[in-house]
Structures are given as C-alpha cells and as structure tokens.
Design a binder for this molecule. Structure first.
Ligand code: AMP
Ligand code: ZN
Length: 478
C-alpha cells in the first residue's frame, strides 16, 4: 500500500508523492523558548518524530528542519502584546538571549529523554534577521506589503488571492477567545505585521530599512523553511493551533514573494487537552515534562501519545496515563521475554511464516494509512501474542521467534522510537517480590507465628505497601 497522508489543504487523504524522490523536505514549526516544555509539546514533537522515522524507514532521504522561535511571538498570538521571551526575561531578570538559550537547551534535553531524534537542521529566528529583512523588502517591492508612518511593515492581505485558503476562514471571522486589537496604522484589519517598530525600551531590536525594530512571528518560518529546503516544501507540519493565523500567513508571504506553491502536504496534529481545553501556558493547565519524568518512565509517555492517532484529540487524564503504563509494561515484558529467548541464537532456515508476514503487512499498512500509530500498536500486540504462544510451546520454533524479534525491533525501536532498556519491568519484579513476601507471611500466620507475620506487615508498611487480610486472600496496595 502506498503511503497516504491527510493533507490539511485538501482535507483528504492523498498519496504521498514528493517533488524530487527519494528526497523529502519537511519543516515543522518549533517551540517558542520561554518556558520548560510541557506534555502538549511532547505530543507535537513525538508525532513528527515518528513521521520522520517512518519516512526514513520507507526509503526516503529526509531533510527535517525545525525552527526555534526566539523572537517575535507576541502574547495572544496576534499583532499586539508583549514578546513572550521579553516578558519572561523580565520575570526571571535575565537577558532575553539567556532566556531563549536556557529554554532551548531544556527543550532538547527533554526531547532526548523522550527519544525524539534531533531535526537535521535546527535554526533560530534571531539568526535569520537579515534574510527576513530581504524577504520583506521583496514583498514591499511587489506591492504585497506596505510601510506605515509608525515604522511598521504589514502584509496587505487583499493583494493576495486566496488568503486563508488553508483555514478557509472568512475575513471577518475571529477565533474563539481571540483578542481583536487593530493597530490604527493598518490599512485593513486582517493585514498582519512583517516588521514592527521597537520602542527604546524594547529589549530585542535590530536595524532595518524601516528603523529599529523586530520581525513579526510568521516571517521567520517562511524564511527559514525556504532557505534550507527550497521555495516549495514537500511537508510542512505543526499543531492545528498553528493553522490560523500562523500557517495562512506563512503561505501568503511565501507565495506572494516567489509566485510558487509553498507547501505540497500540510500535516497538522491535534492538541493535547485537559478537560477539553488546550494544554498550554496561557491557561496554566500544563504539566511540565521534567516533573512527569520524575514519576514515570518517559517511554510510557511516548507510548501514551502514540496510542492515539495524531489527528484525534487527546484529553489528558491520570486514568488514561495509568492504563497506558499497564499497556506499555505488557508490551515491554513480552519484548523482553522474546529478546531473551533468541539471545545469541542464529536462524537455521529462511522459512517465511504466513501469520507473521500477514501481521507485519498489517502494521506497515496502518503506518501507510496516514501514520496510524494507534492501529499499528494494536497490531504489535497481535504479533507479540504469536510470539508468546510460541514461547510457551514445548518445541519452540526458534527461527520463528528470531523472525518476530527482528520485526519487533524494527517496529518498536526504529519506527515508534520506544527505547526498551532490555530488562524486565521494575514494577513487575517488585510485584512478584511483594507477592512472595506475602506468601511467606501467610505461612507464618498458619504456624501462628504472629510476631514474624506482624514484623513483615510493618516492614512492608514502612515501604508504603499496605496489606489487607480477607478471608479468601491477602491483597496489597502501594
Ligand atoms: P509554542 O511553544 O507554543 O510555540 O508551540 C510549539 C508547538 O507545540 C506548536 O506546533 C504547537 O502546536 C505545539 N503545542 C503547544 N501546545 C500543545 C498542546 N497542548 N498539544 C499539542 N501540541 C501543542
Ligand atoms: Zn512556524
């Protein structure tokens, strides 16, 4: 089955045909570095990491570019308000450059913990001010942009046919909760800033033909994507929250400047929400990844995110995370047993196994069907079921297990990026030990050695494990 991608432009699944195969240029909007990454960020970058991995696995030579927004993203995501990084710099009494660098490092640290591969090119907005000025000059020359007596430069939306053709918004529509502050030097309310004049106290500012100022948020992505990939990108990605205004503005600027199609396939992942609301800094409902890592295997988080198809909403609950933990432990333990069984063994035949081949194809078909990791993970369990049955077989077919092991390593490790540490789950071992200690204690109770049985109960309690004796059996909680 050929790879099909849901293209947000056509709102249909389309066969993936890159411009110049086997090369693929993919640009994904990177983070605004003014805080530690949260679970919402993890969703977006894990999703695109799997897309990147799967494209490579399918034989494409991918150039994956991701930017770092270290200037220009204003509070409220519209043309008014303070720069998010400058605002944080004041809070932390640091230089904006220090803030941006601190949180960029934090972002890459967390992504590494989540086994997210680094993009091939990571580029900062502040490193491309010259190119932004050049693109803005070109847009002014082509009469798609205008300067104002306040020293601002705006893109003139009415000069661009089909503006907002990605979001399909009408000019007078507003986003839910959007603050409409219309700068009085705009010719038209929907025009957006390419360059903004900086007041003397503005911490980040550069010289430009229009005086001292700083770029608008959208221009950086047009500039950096076209610089590193070309005037037409195979894939542009980001969260659905970026569709409007960010991506519609990127399209307008880029196509107005080059006269070419900017994007072939637009991929947008859905949001991670809490009680149906986007997890984010502005609502304060975010969970910092570093906090989660203290309590949870980061691979459980990765698994939790990938169990849901990228286009579906994912509402965060502790119960869903707990159930993902159990599911992941099951997967991990089966993979561990399989790894152990085939360790040091080599195949003695080149036999093909129909049941395994069918499941292998089902996994790849699921991935080819718009990167459906939710379905591909369900198939993984089916493959491991075959392996578990074989492992219990008295005349175990080692060749079959080796074949399954190779497939599993490929799918779990390389495509889904679930890094297994090759040891049985710690929780699983602990559960077995607790059950064994309870068994010992029950033996003491039968012998009426209550001192020993109470000592065991107290010792478990001191470790946070409470045991409860019922008539039938002893249970525990921890
Ligand atoms: P930001 O740091 O806000 O510029 O966001 C960087 C990327 O993270 C964007 O592509 C967003 O779509 C994505 N993102 C932010 N919050 C969430 C969320 N709650 N769920 C999924 N993606 C998110
Ligand atoms: Zn962007």
């Amino acid at each position: 089955m050929p790879l099909k991608i849901y293209n947000s432009f056509s709102r249909e699944k389309e066969e993936f045909k890159p411009i110049n195969p086997p090369y693929v240029g993919m640009y994904v909007c990177g983070p605004t570095v003014y805080g530690h990454p949260h679970l919402g960020h993890a969703r977006t970058y894990i999703v695109f990491d799997v897309i990147y991995r799967y494209l490579m696995h399918s034989g494409y030579k991918v150039k994956y570019v991701q930017n770092i927004t270290d200037v220009g993203h204003l509070v409220g995501d519209v043309d008014e308000g303070e720069d998010k990084i400058q605002k944080q710099a004041k809070v932390e009494k640091m230089d904006p450059v220090e803030i941006a660098y601190k949180y960029e490092v934090s972002y890459f640290d967390d992504m590494q913990v989540l086994n997210v591969l680094k993009p091939d090119i990571s580029c900062r907005a502040t490193g491309h001010i010259i190119e932004m000025i050049e693109l803005i000059k070109k847009l002014i020359e082509k009469k798609h942009a205008y300067t104002t007596n306040k020293g601002n430069v705006y893109f003139s939306v009415k000069t661009f046919k089909n503006y907002a053709r990605l979001s399909r918004r009408k000019a007078d529509e507003t986003m839910e909760g959007e603050r409409i502050e219309i700068a009085d030097d705009k010719k038209s309310p929907e025009d957006f800033a390419l360059w903004k004049k900086a007041d003397a106290e503005h911490l980040m500012q550069w010289d430009s033909p229009w005086g001292k100022g700083y770029p608008g948020w959208h221009i950086e992505c047009s500039v950096m994507s076209m610089k590193y990939i070309g005037e037409t990108l195979d894939i542009h990605g980001g969260g659905i929250d970026n569709i409007f205004p960010h991506h519609d503005c990127e399209i307008a600027q880029s196509e107005a400047a080059t006269g070419k199609t900017f994007i072939k396939y637009f991929i947008h992942n859905n949001m991670l929400t809490v009680d149906g609301k986007k997890m984010g800094k502005s609502l304060g409902n975010f969970i910092i990844l570093k906090e989660l890592f203290k309590k949870l295997d980061p691979m459980v988080l990765r698994f939790y995110i990938l169990q849901c198809h990228y286009a579906s909403p994912l509402d965060f609950t502790q119960a869903a995370l707990d159930s993902a933990k159990q599911g992941y432990e099951r997967l991990k333990n089966s993979v561990f047993s399989l790894n152990k069984a085939v360790e040091g063994k080599t195949k003695s035949s080149s036999e093909k196994y129909d049941d395994v081949e069918t499941l292998k194809k089902e996994f790849l078909d699921a991935m080819d069907d718009d990167f459906n990791t939710s379905r591909s993970i369900a198939v993984l369990y089916e493959i491991l079921k075959v392996s578990n049955i074989e492992l219990q077989n008295k005349n175990m077919d080692i060749d079959k297990l080796i074949v399954i092991n190779e497939i599993i390593n490929d799918f779990v490790d390389k495509i889904l990026g679930l890094k297994m540490d090759n040891k049985k789950s710690q929780d699983d071992i602990e559960d077995k030990l607790i059950e064994f200690i309870i068994q010992l204690r029950n033996n003491y109770r039968k012998e009426k050695n209550y001192k020993a049985s109470d000592d065991i109960r107290d010792m478990l309690l001191s470790l946070g494990i409470t045991i409860k004796d019922d008539q039938e059996k002893t249970t525990y909680t921890r």
